[in-house]
Design a protein around this ligand. Structure first.
Ligand code: UDX
Ligand code: ADP
Length: 471
């Protein structure tokens, strides 16, 4: 039998991964019908909204959805119908870190993947290629295969592929349009290779064939964890060096530039910061730690764990520097936090460093005002409630408020903290901000975003991550 020619795709999960990925597949493959299904009706309604008020903010996404929605791209809550009709199913459901039970705090919660897989097994009446797209621990595909095979009906075969997504939020559309690589893992059997070929043909609509890398299932799963762990490791390395810079008067920008010029190291992902966030880095490293421990490799586990510990250290160190600089106390002082998302150009706040900074400032009894250009206020409140484990919202609101502009957040503040690298913070009217702040007026740039010299000329006392006091 020849590889199946894919004509109908179903994507289970209309989130940050499934939504943009399958919207781009629909755009690039007009003859394939793509249906993205999700149990969350509010999310599906937002994807279908007349004014394209999409549930996630991602530059360029709206244009893609405008071009294909209703043509060959559909969003629906009818999961079963999506499964029934498709030849190929992407599983793009959430895989958060487990909060309780075995592996709590480290292992991935595979409940959503399992439920989606069981649904496929229960509903399907014809053969399917099932593609694991969520970031999952090594060997998840094997569990999916066991579930599917144990529940399949006669004449129904399931081929499992691993096709991890490497897009970064904020640049998802450009990443999808021209990926560094597309990775497809399959069993190395004839059937596995045929399924791999079917998915390769989908991506080959726009991705040069040499960028489509085909490997074994487990290599594919492990490569995703490895790629994220190594990227996060670069940030923890540069952040560790930023502490040395601050103590010596060296400048982390200059160090990163000098080091990154070595073509063996390369210039990317060497920007010191208040710490990395996002739904992937910490989760994937902790997965790797858990996997290493399960494989009785404690040294390997300790090695990767340190990348996360360095990240925690960086957030704590930055918070302490704010307190130290403000004459060792911030009790009752107003601090403006600019940025709440975990990075620029997204409204996503998962594991955002801003959450930890604000929690630390709350513990010092400061008064915090937050401004972010994209994050929904309801999201900020729910993140702060979760971080303070059980403190009622009314109590949090005594210390924390949300502003609708940077200028408003900074009014009467003693200090401004840059927590996210939103470009618009560069072009704030800083003279105007200065005139409305309590003096001395402090700025803490946790993202190497602002022109410190210019701000000093205005009169600000500026502290920059990775730069010593002497600069
Ligand atoms: C990451 C991976 O890049 C992507 O390939 C994978 O599919 C998912 O995880 P994402 O989390 O969306 O993507 O964002 P990324 O751009 O990697 O940034 C992660 C965090 O690191 C952010 O908080 C960012 O601000 C921080 N970061 C990034 C730095 O602090 N310094 C840098 O030099 C780069
Ligand atoms: P990611 O960043 O991995 O895309 P998200 O949380 O943004 O994660 O998206 C995952 C989506 O998957 C959510 O919208 C959730 O409602 C959906 N989902 C989870 N389990 C199922 C399921 N069994 N069937 C359909 N949708 C599901």
């Amino acid at each position: 039998m020849a590889p199946v020619k894919v004509t109908k795709i179903c994507c289970i999960g209309a989130g940050y991964v499934g939504g943009p990925t399958c919207a781009v597949i629909a755009l690039k493959c007009p003859e394939i019908q793509v249906t993205i299904v999700d149990l969350n009706k509010a999310r599906v309604d937002a994807w279908n909204s007349d004014d394209f008020d999409l549930p996630i903010y991602e530059p360029g996404l709206e244009e893609v959805v405008r071009q294909c929605r209703g043509r060959n791209l559909f969003f629906s809550t009818d999961v079963d119908k999506g499964i029934l009709e498709a030849d190929l199913i992407f599983v793009s459901v959430n895989t958060p870190t487990k909060k309780s039970g075995v592996g709590a705090g480290f292992a991935a919660d595979l409940n959503y993947v399992e439920l989606a897989t069981r649904r496929i097994a229960a509903v399907a009446t014809s053969s399917k290629i099932v593609v694991e797209k969520s970031t999952v621990p090594c060997r998840t595909a094997e569990s999916m295969r066991t579930i599917l095979e144990a529940n399949s009906k006669p004449g129904c075969r399931f081929d499992i592929l691993s096709n991890p997504e490497f897009l970064a939020e904020g640049t998802a559309i450009t990443d999808l349009f021209s990926p560094d690589r597309v990775l497809i893992g399959s069993l190395q059997t004839k059937e596995g290779k045929d399924a791999c070929r079917s998915l390769t043909d989908v991506y080959a609509h726009w991705v040069p064939i040499e960028r489509i890398v085909t490997v074994g299932l487990w290599s594919s799963e492990l490569s995703k964890l490895a790629a994220n762990a190594m990227l996060a490791q670069r940030i923890s390395s540069i952040n560790a060096l930023s502490a040395i810079c601050e103590a010596t008067g060296a400048n982390i920008d200059e160090v990163a530039n000098a080091v990154g010029k070595d073509s063996r190291v390369g210039p990317k992902f060497l920007r010191a910061s208040v710490g990395f966030g996002g739904s992937c880095f910490q989760k994937d490293i902790l997965n790797l730690v858990y996997l290493s421990e399960s494989l009785h490799l404690p040294e390997v586990a300790a090695y990767w764990r340190q990348v996360v510990e360095m990240n925690e250290y960086q957030k704590g160190r930055f918070s302490k520097r704010v307190v130290d600089t403000l004459f060792n106390t911030i009790t009752g002082k107003k601090i403006a936090i600019l940025g709440f998302a975990f990075k620029a150009d997204t409204g996503d706040t998962r594991e955002s460093a801003a959450i930890t900074l604000i929690k630390n400032f709350q513990a010092e009894r400061a008064l915090v005002t937050i401004y972010d250009p994209q994050v929904l206020h309801s999201q900020i409140w729910s993140d702060l409630m979760e971080a303070s484990s059980g403190v009622p919202l009314e109590t949090i609101k005594r210390q924390v408020s949300i502003a609708s502009s940077a200028l408003e957040a900074c009014r009467d503040a003693e200090a401004v903290v840059i927590a996210t690298e939103w470009k618009e913070f560069r072009t704030i009217n800083w003279e105007g901000v200065y005139s409305h702040m309590t003096k001395p007026a402090f700025i803490f740039d946790g993202r190497l975003l602002l022109d410190a010299e210019k701000l000093r000329d205005i009169g600000f006392k500026v502290t920059v991550i990775g730069r010593g006091e002497r600069l």
